[in-house]
Design a protein around this ligand. Structure first.
Ligand code: CMX
Length: 439
């Protein structure tokens, strides 16, 4: 069955479960909120729902119930590759079903009809100063493309109807995931390759086409596939996914919603950490390793310098995870296989041996282990994508998959506009003195 039909069937089967939970069990308590959670970024408060991925603090991410190695193993692979196509992963993320090759081919063919980015979007980005951050360019590109939104057109048509609204979100979602790598490649070529643009190759899958469009060779095709899949989704509470969900909950269309998600991803405590990692590592090399090989002692000193200057160690720590991020491990395994002797990889591997001990001794972070961002830039660097302010854009291309799958389901299940309740500081002080809020 084609993807949209499968999705429709899944949504129809699923909807009664959500309706029943609200109608029959709506008042069942699943959590309590403390003052430190209220002030401290709602950490661990269970108040979002998604079935697309789940993040266990010890184990890490599962996409549709599968670990990263299980996900890579089960999906049909790109021709001649060990990695699945992004198209296969998209089918899986949206439906929870492992697609057949025929179903993957259908998604591939469908994306080919969607991936052309309108010229006016390129013109708008070209009008920006060339030293604008590429994330600002990507976000503006997505916002500019809002004109194309089928959901917005449906809303404005006067025929808006909640039961079929998800179909228009789905259409926009597919357009966005098909177009965003083309937009990202355009920004890359504009900023770093003297505006030498390369046309879409209609014979290639999404990851391979992205490699082709930024002037990369055969090996980078798998880098792109792996990278986009690994960065796709990390349940709902992270800044980019949550922002996209929040903005779309006001029935803002997927373009507005994902541009907002990208703006959140651009923060150094979130997606921009991959840029910061490379910046930190290269500066370390320049400062400490001009005349000597890196050592554990030198790395320890540099880590303490960073901490003592009040900065965080980028690529380490996590709000939910309490172990090494399996997305880090997956990329580390890629490096061990494809670039074991790369000096930067060796340095990053050495930082991995030292940083958790330093962070533990520092005593602040609840999780001294590396996250996805600690490893990802090294791979890009190795293949010649050395412009590290672009790395968050790559994250943004991948994250579109998770965010778009999630809001398609949000609309399909009719989730409400998000509106948590705020309180005042005197209220908190009163409840603190009383030992809790009297319900
Ligand atoms: N280096 C130094 N200090 C750190 C730290 C790190 N890598 N990680 C956390 N801390 C500090 C926090 O700043 C906080 O300090 P204060 O009490 O002075 O505010 C304290 O440890 C407790 O923080 P936490 O509960 O362990 O972590 P949070 O949930 O508040 O924050 C995160 C999570 C990711 C923002 C944080 O670990 C961090 O800043 N890491 C570095 C940036 C990074 O790699 N971000 C990318 C995360 C993955 C992603 O989204 O892409």
């Amino acid at each position: 069955m084609a993807l949209k039909e499968t999705l429709k069937q899944k949504l129809e089967e699923f909807r009664p479960r959500t309706t029943r939970l609200v109608k029959e069990f709506g008042k069942v308590k699943i959590d309590e909120v403390t003052i430190d959670q209220c002030i401290g970024g709602a950490r661990d408060v269970r108040c979002l729902v998604t079935d697309i991925s789940y993040l266990d603090p010890q184990e890490g991410i599962r996409f549709r119930g599968k670990t990263i190695p299980e996900t890579f193993a089960c999906l049909p692979k790109a021709a001649g590759s060990d990695y699945p196509t992004v198209e296969a992963f998209w089918y899986f993320l949206l439906t929870g079903d492992v697609p057949t090759q025929e179903q993957v081919d259908a998604v591939l063919a469908d994306w080919k009809t969607r991936q052309a980015v309108p010229q006016y979007v390129f013109d708008i980005i070209r009008a920006m100063p060339l030293d604008s951050h590429p994330m600002a360019m990507l976000s503006i590109g997505i916002t500019a493309m809002q004109r194309e939104s089928k959901f917005a057109a449906f809303y404005e048509s006067g025929k808006f109807n909640k039961t079929v609204a998800w179909e228009y979100v789905y259409e926009d979602a597919c357009d966005i995931v098909a177009r965003i790598p083309v937009l990202a490649a355009f920004i890359y070529n504009l900023k770093y390759r003297g505006d030498k643009q390369i046309a879409i190759d209609p014979a290639l899958d999404m990851g391979a086409n992205f490699a082709h469009m930024i002037g990369q060779g055969e090996e980078y095709k798998d880098v792109a596939r792996m990278y986009f899949i690994l960065h796709s989704d990390h349940e709902s509470g992270n800044v980019s996914a949550h922002t996209t969900h929040l903005v779309h909950s006001a029935l803002s269309d997927p373009y507005y919603a994902y541009a907002a998600g990208l703006d959140g991803l651009a923060g150094p405590l979130h997606g921009r950490a991959n840029q910061e990692v490379l910046d930190w590592t290269i500066k370390f090399q320049e400062k400490y390793c001009k005349d000597q090989e890196p050592t554990r002692e030198l790395i320890t000193r540099a880590l303490w310098d960073t901490l003592n200057s009040g900065q965080v160690i980028p690529g380490y720590g996590h709000a939910v995870l309490r172990k090494t991020d399996p997305r880090y491990t997956s990329q580390r395994e890629f490096c061990q296989k494809h670039l074991p002797n790369d000096p930067l990889f060796k340095l990053v591997a050495m930082i991995f041996e030292v940083a958790p001990g330093v962070l533990t001794e520092h005593g602040k972070t609840k999780n001294p282990w590396p996250n996805v961002d600690a490893q990802s830039g090294v791979i890009q660097w190795h293949y010649g994508v050395k412009e590290w302010d672009f790395y968050t854009v790559l994250f943004g291309v991948g994250r579109a998959l998770g965010c778009m799958a999630n809001i398609t389901w949000d609309r399909g299940l009719g989730y409400a506009i998000e509106r948590p309740k705020s309180v005042t500081t005197p209220m908190l002080e009163k409840w603190a003195a009383e030992g809790g809020r009297k319900m």
